[in-house]
Design a protein around this ligand. Sequence first.
Ligand SMILES: [Fe+2]
Ligand SMILES: [Fe+2]
Length: 140
Amino acid sequence: MFFSPGVKKAHHFYPGGLFDHILSTTNIAISITFQLEKIYGYHVDFDAVIAASFLHDIMKPVTYKLEELDKNSSLGYYLDHLTLSVMKLFQEGFPLKVIHAVAANHGEPGPTRPETIEAMIVRLSDYIDSKLNGNILRKA
Ligand SMILES: [Fe+2]
Ligand SMILES: [Fe+2]
């Protein structure tokens, strides 16, 4: 987990990139939650947001080949990290609200649409952080 890169040849593609991505996504999600509650007066399940943003890419490291991080492991060849992460959280008995927010975090191209405010926050935070690292910091 700590040494894993983020996305192959895209954002956070360096050793430890996944951990940076998880920390940054979680911090962004916390900020969005505060804005929604303090400025717009929405009630957000803070625990679900924290859990889902922290765990949303939990199975990504096992999809990479350890010696060649830009290649899939045999598990990663057959199953993507989103499917594996959802399976893992389901197996561990996480609340459905958290599992939904993880399942929906790839947005439109993903298998599940975000239906809750918590899932939308996690989706948006993941997207913002991927752009922050993939485009904005690269240009700076
Ligand atoms: Fe992901
Ligand atoms: Fe992510």
